[in-house]
Design a protein around this ligand. Structure first.
Ligand SMILES: [Zn+2]
Length: 127
């Protein structure tokens, strides 16, 4: 597994990007301010997790649109039924996926901003 895909997977496992061993969240919605194991600060600055919102939208919107057309093609429910299904989906999925979007965001940010990690090249370094 490459370093990039390892960090990507750690994002979905909700693990610290630095030690890759301790959890990001202490409850379903609340993150630890720092890693309980290595002390790595999770929220680097105000507005840091805006990128996680983009990740959440990038997953939610194509799923919603694709799901609408797939369900329409497969089962052909009434338009009002589609609105109810995808209205509920568009409210609930981003809430349930928010932890994973933050995990992926913080792990990918770490991957791209910490070029000295073992076995990894910096962004501008050639092979
Ligand atoms: Zn850690």
């Amino acid at each position: 597994m490459s370093e990039f895909s390892g960090h990507f997977a750690d994002g979905f496992r909700l693990l610290c990007p630095n030690c890759r061993n301790h959890p990001l969240f202490r409850t379903f919605f609340a993150m630890h301010p720092n890693c309980p194991g290595c002390g790595y600060v999770f929220e680097r600055e105000a507005g840091y997790f805006i990128g996680a919102i983009y990740i959440n939208m990038a997953i939610t919107l194509p799923t919603l649109v694709g799901g609408y057309y797939l369900l329409d093609w497969y089962a052909g429910p009434a338009l009002s039924t589609q609105f109810i299904i995808w209205g509920l989906f568009s409210v609930s999925f981003p809430v349930l996926f928010f932890r994973y979007s933050r995990g992926v965001w913080i792990n990918l940010d770490y991957y791209f901003t910490h070029p000295k990690a073992p076995g990894k090249r910096s962004a501008g370094e050639k092979k």
